[in-house]
Design a binder for this molecule. Sequence first.
Ligand code: F6R
Length: 608
Amino acid sequence: MCGIIGYTGGKQAAKILLNGLKRLEYRGYDSSGVAVIDNNRIDVIKSIGKISALEDKTDGGKKLNGFVGIGHTRWATHGAPSDINSHPHLSTDGNFAVVHNGIIENFAELKAELTAKGIRFASETDSEVIAQLLQYVYDGDMVEALRNVTSRLVGSYAVGIITSHCPDTLYAVRKDNPLVVGIGANENFIASDFAAALEHTHNFVQLGDGEIAKLTSHSATFFTADGEPVEKTPFRVDWDISQAEKDGYDHFMLKEINEQPKALTATVRPRVKGKDIVLDRINFDAKNTNRIERITIIGCGSAYHAGIVGKSFIEKYCRISVTCELASEYIYSDPITDNRTLTIVISQSGETADSLAALRLAKKCGSHTIAIVNVMQSAIAREAHDVLYTHAGPEIAVATTKGYTTQVSALYLIGLKIAKIKHTISDARYETLLSEIITLPDKVSEILADITPIREYAERFADRKCVFFIGRGTDYAASLEGALKLKEISYIHAEAYAAGELKHGTISLIEQGTVTLALTTQSALYNKMLNNIKAVQSRGGTVLAISSQANKQISEQSDGMLCIPDCDDDVTPVLTAVILQIFAYCVAAKRGCDIDKPRNLAKSVTVE
Ligand code: F6R
């Protein structure tokens, strides 16, 4: 997904922009570029390929003088990756340069209109229309010009703009696409995420939909879509810049896997006060809670999988019916949702377009909404009625790890809280589960202390074409995430099946050497799993069991076994997830894959 950085201050802009772009590399990109105002003229340098190519072209930034500029990493949507299609885009007269994330849906009409007026377009992109429109409407007042332009745009956008008409000023505007303003000392920034500006400032302002930012080195002023000045109070982002660096690990993914004990602690510990769970400002009083007749959990990808784990836990202990919905499906359904439905939207980034649209639909239907989000002040966090931050720290690798496990633990907290209020759980069981959740970080550390056995199995199976994951109950939910992790980073085809479903079709795919990872952490379902394992083996399949301590005897029945530390059956998905993340990581490493930036994937999917 594209990335934006912008700077205005007393330092040479190009170097800061190049550095910021490197921080955004993890989002995935195919080309990049920078534009800087020098002596009232905009200089642009762009390059297809890695940022190192842009560094070479700009001589590490030295070729571009000037103190105000914008930079961009592009992930091609409209027009192939090329120097011309890369951002920043210049207006024909060279007086406006823009970088844009998102999609301008009506760009073809706008382009036709401007072309008819004699404006010549250089690129095939939708984004260039913004620069050309600015040139066309500008009449001496940039804020007015931006209002005019954005009123004509249909779609989603985060845009950074510089203009030779106001050479000290950096402008930005956004709608349905993330953009933050970093407030520094005698310098200000715009960025598509905190990581790009974090080494310069920890104070940020979130730009609201339709709002315009006007930034100089010494001032930051904001306007509503109607052009009215609006006050914005900066908030502090406590993330440490070292969290956005690899810190000696080969990949961000491995680093983030290892950060899970800390991340889980940050999600859970501040919310446990003695025997009570206090979920920030969420008002779970008896009246509100007893009104809840159903719960809908919504997310995409791993966030959806976290929801499926949460469903079995919440249904078991709260005795409330829970449905899990894929955000992209929910938004085109006619959901049965009203003011007795609690909707929980899960999103690590807080910016996923489908999840945001689903949240808006649920609110429109009258549902109370809670967001489980990692990135502070992101769109989903701001728009939900309540928010529970996971506090996992920045997640840079495209494949989520700590994002997912912290979402699961947040759902456990919500489930326990509701169950306690509704008296659908005994005090003893509540206390046992709470203490289990609190000790999960230590158990994750136990797994991380020696990953050799996981790596050995991973390397043994790294050449396979297809891997199955099976489990029952909450193990099935965990299998879904295990299969997704493997396929997205190693490109091995992986399928998760409810173990009892195999015999209804999929078992025909099992043949000599097919690898099946069988999750066997649910004691009550152990014998049933045993039957499923035997069925796989009798067709020549190889079974690696991921077991709990209680079910260790599975090793006699399987071809290999990895064991999670001793824990309650109801919270095993956090631990099996860690094993499956490491398994996927080691398979991908053995296959030489680009682990942090898997092909075709972006970290934050801000388009539908
Ligand atoms: C998989 C992965 C994705 C995300 C999904 C939702 O490793 O990271 O499946 O879980 O794109 O993203 P968020 O949680 O940011 O809404």
